[in-house]
Ligand binder design. Structure first.
Ligand code: ADP
Ligand code: MG
Length: 495
């Protein structure tokens, strides 16, 4: 176990590190982050005994660092320094063998069998075995980095210090290095203290993070507690957003350019262009809209500028609708990455557009509806038959403004309630249960906002935006249902 108590010091009389206190346990990865010049490398130099702190104490396994001989310290701690110059033309194997020095006795000790085994394993683990006989100077920066890591591992330390170890590595080696370190902390109870530049890597791999600023210890805790937007913005003097990693429970920090570099005009609802045929409705914009949708193409959050509602046959059946739809878009020269694409078996000529605009805001709703697979959501579980008919109520909501993520979620709720109310008022029946339907089994929804101009915190029915969306969605769904019913009654061709 390593402990720092009130450690402070630097170079000469200027204190570069001021009062750092922490303990690291066996098997732990401690990430150190902080801006350039905040004292991270200096702190590591104290820990491997390269520099003496002016104040405080460093204790390793209950003994003060100062009581260790250089050789004994090297058995405890190995270092991968920030600067990786190698002045001599050693071969890779020779460099890694240097790591065995603290374990050898006598002046002219030769490598034992154990040394050779450890050296080979270290080269294997870091993927440099195939370079073993090449001079280290002939390797790329990333390869050299891995050789030096192999040397550190050959030391068989309890504690491994790494100073920006991923700097010269491409993303795949960054991941494999950190994966390997994580493995070793589990399997060998290795302790890792790593200065990491990349906040997201630090967040994913560290058990705890130490945040330094101007020599001060600002925070020391779990990544999700330390990586706070306001703290980071202050320390790094940069605009950033904190999101959550989509697949692992870890924060995700994204940088933001200055507002101006991505500025776009507001009043963009007026710039939309509409292209309507029997086969599809396509709304296009020159600008990107921030969207949240359950569409076939472009689901989840995204940035899009083409919106396609495609009519397909009632019997449309496809193993891979994304792929099929992608090919369809390619055919009509639309980039999948720029497009939100929905499908419906409903006739597009029954579609309805409602725009509500006043001093409080500007929204446009587009809806298409067919109700042959209408469902009562409260009874859907009674129906064993899984109905995967193509989405029959599609609702698009365009908003001239900037929404919080909460507002996106609330707009979805508001619009869903409005849709259900329209179905109830039109007495649409679930054919399986003979009760009133609340939707159809494959409905889809899109919320698109220009992300400029007016800002909306909320989209629920208590908010002016929510009220507008409630009415526009209700009216649009009602209108399209009426057209649909009318044709059904006239016994025309209907879905
Ligand atoms: P970090 O690793 O966080 O970027 P460092 O610990 O390397 O920061 O440096 C902290 C401060 O100490 C910086 O202001 C730097 O200029 C200074 N410093 C670093 N190394 C030396 C040195 N060898 N002699 C004098 N000052 C130094
Ligand atoms: Mg540094």
């Amino acid at each position: 176990m390593l402990e720092l108590k009130g450690v402070a010091g630097g170079y000469g009389s200027v204190p570069v590190v001021k009062n750092v206190n922490f303990q690291v346990n066996a098997g732990e990865i401690l990430g150190i982050i902080g801006p350039n010049g905040s004292g991270k490398s200096t702190l590591l130099k104290f820990i491997y005994g390269f520099l003496q702190p002016e104040k405080g104490q460093i204790v390793i396994d209950d003994q003060p660092l100062t009581s260790y001989s250089q050789k004994n310290l090297a058995k405890k701690i190995a270092v991968l320094p920030q600067q990786t110059d190698s002045a001599f033309s050693y071969t890779v194997r020779q460099v890694v063998e240097l790591g065995r020095y603290p374990h050898q006795t006598g002046w002219f000790s030769s490598n034992s069998e154990k040394d050779e085994k450890v050296v080979n394993k270290a080269m294997n683990d870091t993927g440099v075995f195939s370079f073993a006989d090449q001079p280290i100077d002939s390797l790329s920066g990333g390869e050299k980095q891995r050789v030096l890591l192999a040397r550190a591992l050959a030391q068989e330390p309890d504690i491994l210090l790494l100073d920006e170890p991923t700097n010269h590595l491409d993303i795949s080696y960054q991941l494999s290095l950190l994966d390997t370190l994580k493995d070793w902390t589990n399997s060998k109870q290795l302790t890792v203290i790593a200065v990491l530049h990349d906040l997201n890597m630090a967040a994913m791999y560290s058990h705890r993070i130490l945040l330094m600023d101007q020599g001060q210890q600002i925070a020391l805790d779990k990544p999700s507690y330390v990586l706070e937007k306001t703290v980071l913005e202050k320390v790094y003097d940069a605009h950033l957003q904190r999101k959550e990693h989509p697949s692992v429970p870890s924060p995700l920090i994204t940088l933001e350019p200055s507002d101006r570099s991505f500025e776009q005009p507001s009043d963009l609802l007026n710039t939309l262009t509409f292209d309507e045929t029997e086969e599809r409705v396509c709304i296009s914009s020159r600008f990107y809209w921030k969207t949240l949708s359950s569409a076939v193409i472009g689901a989840g959050f995204g940035w899009h500028r083409f919106f396609v509602n495609r009519h397909v046959d009632k019997d449309y059946d496809c193993d891979n609708p994304q792929e099929e739809y992608g090919a369809y878009l390619q055919n009509i020269s639309l980039e999948t990455a720029d497009t939100v694409g929905m499908m419906t078996a409903a006739l597009l000529k029954d579609g309805s557009f409602i725009r509500l605009k006043d001093s409080e805001g500007d929204v446009l709703v587009y809806a298409t509806a067919g109700t042959s697979n209408a469902v009562d959501v409260s009874k859907a579980y009674e129906n064993a038959v899984q109905s995967f008919t193509i989405g029959t109520i599609n609702i698009w909501i365009f908003i001239d403004g900037k929404l919080t993520e909460a507002a996106y979620a609330q707009v979805m709720m508001t619009a869903t309630e409005a849709k259900s109310k329209a179905l109830l008022d039109h007495k649409i029946i679930d054919n399986h249960t003979r009760t009133l339907a609340t939707g159809t089994s494959t409905d889809s929804m899109l919320v698109a906002a220009v992300h400029s101009g007016k800002e909306y915190m909320y989209g629920g029915t208590a908010s002016p935006l929510g009220k507008k969306i409630g009415k526009a969605v209700y009216d649009a769904v009602a209108e399209t249902l009426e057209k649909y019913n009318q044709r059904k009654n006239e016994n025309e061709e209907w879905e």
